[in-house]
Every structure is written in structure tokens, then in C-alpha cells.
Ligand binder design. Structure first.
Ligand code: GUE
Length: 297
């Protein structure tokens, strides 16, 4: 068997063109959505992600606002940047690029974001809405990677109802939030959230219909761990030095051999990453539309 590709790049392109049409309508109504980013320091990965987000914005007609702070920025400096974006009417949604440098209290930063401008869906109010609403529609922003994974599967007609999903990794941005999303009544998956304290991860993997690999361990998931026909999503974003070229390159959590046993596989790059970025844009457009609807009531 060779897995069918969950093509995140192509799917994100379709979503971006849908969003561009919605942005055109907003602009006709006199509203220009604007994405803000807070970047602290110059980590090469973070710098390139933030650059990519602003490039995406330009493609769909969303304005860009940047708050770039030095590596040695203090808690007060970061909070002042948040306050500026909260107060800026041109900024309809924004993100704080994670991880923040050591010494910055990430939770305090996330809590200071105006929940109505939270483009990452990581403010406790928005995470709380995700916890509270099991069956009701959610109109608040959702975390981008989990939402992107769901949308990627939906647009390839991969149904999750009744499926056993094993998630590797308990981080807030992926593992913990995707568990909440997949167990909603409109998805109806059964989720096992595994982590570094899990006794036998491989036993869980062998039983999984769907694997969401967000452990951050390059090549962790291998063909022999999987049930034939499993659906596999590679969320890993490790950067490793290629011994042949000596250059750093992106390496996911899924070994290449998995393509021989999986029924569906998200490539990496070109899978979950572009979908994450598309969902960020969707959160910005959604919140600009909500603000516009509130203003015209
Ligand atoms: N506040 C915050 N929100 C985030 O959403 C967030 C974050 N912090 N910190 C880091 C992670 C990681 N992340 C990625 C987004 C896009 C790609 C992506 O588009 N990757 C391309 C390849 C890009 C490359 O080659 O560097 C792809 O998969 O095709 C990857 C990773 C968002 N994150």
C-alpha cells in the first residue's frame, strides 16, 4: 500500500482564495483586517514563521503589523507590545510567536491578549470556550494547528466518527487542544493523549486508526508501529542538520517508511504547516467579520 497524500499546500491555497473573497467584501464595507505579530528575539525558525505569516496576509489582502522586540526584552516590554496591539484599531487579530525567551512568563503574556483579537485561540477564555462547548457551535477562535488538521481531513473526506485517535504530545498548541476538538459531538473521535510519561506508546500506536504526531522527536513514528491503513498526521517541526549537505532542514515526527502502511499521510513540509497558517488567516478574517457585524448592529 502507498498512502494517499493529505495535501496541505493545495488545500491551504483553496482556503486562502476563499478568504481573499471574504476580505474583499470586508474592504468594500470599509474594514481592512490586520494581523499583528509579536516576535521576541531572532530565533531563525521563529523569524521565518513570522515572515511566512506576513507573506500569507499580503496574498489575501490582510494588512500586517509587526512588533519585533530584542532577545533581552523584559516582561514589561512584551506586555507593552501586547497593550499597543490591543489598543490599535488597525490590528483586528494578532499572535505572540512562541516559544518566548527564557525568563518571560508565557501564560501571563497569553492572558493579556484581548480575547477578541486572539488569532491563535490560545487565550484562556477561548481555550475555555473550547472546553465548555461540547456540542454547541464555537464562534471563538480555535488553536490553528488542531483546526488545520481537522479541516485538512474534512476536505479529503476522511471521517473521524468513532475512530481511535492517538495523539503524541501534550503541548497546549497541539496535543491538549486537539483532544478537545476531536471529542466534540460533531467529530465524535475517541482520543488517547500520550506523552513522555506514557508507559507503552507503541502499544497505543499499534491500536490507532489515526495518529497525530506532535512529539517533536524526529522520525519517531515508524511503519512497524502502525496498524495497516492508519491515517497519519505529521506535526513535527524539528530542525536537524543533514549529514550530507551540512545544512539544517525540517524533519517531522514521522519516518518516511510510514508511507508504505498508512492509508493517508500528511507530508512534511506541505501538510499540517500550511494548514496552520491558513487557519491563522481564517481566525483573523472571522474576528474582523464579527467586529464588523457588532459595529453595524
Ligand atoms: N504563537 C504561535 N502560534 C503558532 O502557530 C506557532 C508558534 N507560535 N510557534 C511555532 C509553531 C510552529 N508553527 C508552524 C507554522 C507553519 C509551518 C509551515 O508552514 N511549515 C512549512 C515549511 C516551512 C519551512 O520550511 O520552514 C510546511 O510545513 O510546509 C510550520 C510550523 C506555528 N507555530
Amino acid at each position: 500500500m502507498t498512502a494517499q497524500i493529505l495535501d496541505g499546500k493545495a488545500t491551504a491555497a483553496v482556503i486562502k482564495s476563499e478568504l481573499a473573497d471574504r476580505v474583499t467584501v470586508l474592504r468594500e464595507q470599509g474594514v481592512t483586517p490586520g494581523l499583528g505579530t509579536v516576535l521576541v528575539g531572532q530565533d531563525p525558525g521563529s523569524v521565518s514563521y513570522v515572515r511566512g505569516k506576513h507573506r500569507d496576509c499580503a496574498e489575501v489582502g490582510i494588512a500586517s503589523i509587526r512588533e519585533d522586540l530584542a532577545e533581552d526584552a523584559t516582561q514589561a516590554d512584551v506586555e507593552a507590545a501586547i497593550d499597543r496591539l490591543n489598543a490599535d484599531p488597525a490590528c483586528t487579530g494578532y499572535i505572540v510567536q512562541l516559544p518566548l525567551p527564557k525568563g518571560i512568563d508565557t501564560n501571563a503574556v497569553l492572558e493579556r491578549i484581548d480575547p477578541d483579537k486572539d488569532a491563535d485561540g490560545l487565550h484562556p477564555t477561548n481555550l475555555g470556550r473550547l472546553v465548555l462547548r461540547t456540542a454547541e457551535p464555537i464562534t471563538s477562535p480555535l488553536p490553528c494547528t488542531p483546526a488545520g488538521i481537522l479541516e485538512l481531513l474534512r476536505r479529503h473526506d476522511v471521517d473521524l466518527a468513532g475512530k481511535d485517535v492517538v495523539v503524541l504530545g501534550r503541548g497546549t498548541t497541539v496535543g491538549r487542544s486537539i483532544g478537545l476538538l476531536l471529542t466534540r459531538k460533531d467529530v465524535n473521535a475517541t482520543v488517547t493523549l500520550t506523552h513522555t510519561g506514557t508507559r507503552d506508546v507503541v502499544a497505543h500506536l499499534r491500536a490507532a486508526d489515526v495518529v497525530v504526531a506532535a512529539a517533536g522527536v524526529p522520525g519517531f513514528v515508524r511503519a512497524e508501529h502502525l496498524k495497516p491503513g492508519a491515517v497519519v498526521l505529521d506535526v513535527g517541526v524539528s530542525r536537524v542538520v543533514d549529514p550530507e549537505t551540512g545544512k539544517a532542514r525540517l524533519r517531522g515526527d514521522v519516518d518516511a517508511g510510514v508511507a508504505d502502511v498508512a492509508s493517508w499521510l500528511s507530508p512534511n513540509p506541505g501538510g499540517v504547516g500550511p494548514m496552520t497558517r491558513a487557519m491563522l488567516l481564517a481566525n483573523v478574517v472571522d474576528s474582523a467579520e464579527r467586529a464588523q457585524a457588532d459595529a453595524s448592529r
